[in-house]
Design a protein around this ligand. Structure first.
Ligand SMILES: Cc1cc2nc3c(=O)[nH]c(=O)nc-3n(C[C@H](O)[C@H](O)[C@H](O)COP(=O)(O)O)c2cc1C
Length: 153
């Protein structure tokens, strides 16, 4: 695939990190801080190359919604994609949900024959995981359950 640096144009626009909540920004910063320990100082380049190769996924599932969908449908689609992740994991298949699969929707529409009245929401790469691949060694911290879950008695 030729790398052209063409402007990305996903059907769902990404939002600048600065506009996310303070907590979300902290989580993202924490994630970025840990990566160089695994991938070294050129981590952005390495991740970019992996993305350009579509993570060497053997298959990609594309999830779409009809144009004009209610935002509630995004909830449903998220739940549906989680089920895909769970069932493929159970079958021993690795997965990665990624913006990088959907950043050039026009090409996808042409190559995959996706009608113009369908919005391309996200892609899920599937395949047998290469445990030696550096990107698969990235681990992320999670906020403690007690800080995101309030049980009222
Ligand atoms: C909508 C969405 C888009 C994502 N896009 C990317 C992406 O383009 N590149 C990437 O490396 N991870 C992306 N991720 C994150 C990965 O799919 C994954 O959630 C993250 O690496 C955490 O993985 P883990 O749960 O195995 O730690 C995206 C996640 C979501 C939910």
């Amino acid at each position: 695939m030729a790398i052209t640096g063409a402007k990305t144009n996903s059907d769902i626009p990404p939002m600048s990190r600065k506009r996310w909540s303070e907590q979300a920004q902290k989580n993202m910063a924490e994630w970025s801080r840990g990566i160089p320990t695994v991938l070294g100082d050129n981590w952005q380049e390495t991740l970019g190359e992996e993305a350009n190769q579509l993570y060497n996924a053997q298959a990609v599932v594309y999830l779409t919604l009809p144009k004009g969908y209610t935002p509630w449908s995004l909830f449903d689609l998220g739940a549906f994609s989680q089920n895909i992740l769970l069932v493929t994991t159970e079958q021993g298949i690795g997965s990665i949900v990624a913006y990088n699969f959907v950043k050039y929707p026009q090409i996808l529409r042409e190559e995959l024959n996706i009608p113009s009245d369908e919005e391309i929401i996200v892609g899920i790469g599937l395949g047998f995981e290469d445990e030696q691949a550096q990107v698969n060694r990235i681990t992320s911290k999670r906020m403690g359950t007690e800080s995101i879950l309030k049980i009222k008695k």
